[in-house]
Write a protein that binds this ligand. Sequence first.
Ligand SMILES: O=C(O)c1cc(=O)[nH]c(=O)n1[C@@H]1O[C@H](COP(=O)(O)O)[C@@H](O)[C@H]1O
Length: 234
Amino acid sequence: MQKINDVRDRLIVALDVPTVWDAYRLVSTLGDGVTFYKIGYRLAFAGGLDLARQLVAEGKKVFLDLKLHDIGNTVTEGVESLTKLGVTFLTVHAYPQTMRGAVEGRGDAALKLLAVTALTSYDDGDLRDAGYGLAVRDLVRLRAEQARIAGIDGIVCSAAETEIVRDVIGKDMLIVTPGIRPSGSAAGDQKRTLTPAEAIRIGADHLVVGRPIVRAADPRAAAGAVMDEIVAAS
Ligand SMILES: O=C(O)c1cc(=O)[nH]c(=O)n1[C@@H]1O[C@H](COP(=O)(O)O)[C@@H](O)[C@H]1O
């Protein structure tokens, strides 16, 4: 596992809120306890790229979750543009051409590229529906191996696949796990979930948590409870 100096960085809160204003309000509510934020489709298409720059300027780390996937040249050019934002992580789908294009576009920049293997809302039946002949665990293993070969920095998968992925990628790449559900919280559309403590114990580096914090009656207390679990399990 890569060394993470500040344990707070292990929690990434997904800013899945409608407006930049809502995002600022949430960041201010969560305060210093949360150091790492994810900006995904919802905000990226509503002023989120400027927000990313602003959060970076304020000393927060930002994970830009755009899950890029296109012909290699287009991915290369898109990633080249995104290196200028100062964000820490960027997602691409774990297709070999896409990953190679992203690594080329990243060049020498500090941006770390994460490859999304099999979405955590998918089970084996969903993969069959999408035309795949592999079970989730086999697809995740294959894509983790392809990501390592392509020069990607980390893997996005369910924490349930952490051991399989670690076996393939070794210690130097990151494992970032969404689909985290504190016990008692609603799974929603997530199908492959683990609790924060389970995910940390099994070896995940960073946990992505959205609705259990963002939609909590008291988001600061919810984030604090997740962080307590992370610290206790680290
Ligand atoms: O790339 C991601 O972050 C991601 C990959 C994946 O397989 N599953 C997944 O849920 N995510 C993202 O992680 C977040 C999870 O949010 P919650 O389900 O609300 O905790 C969302 O922003 C998803 O877009």
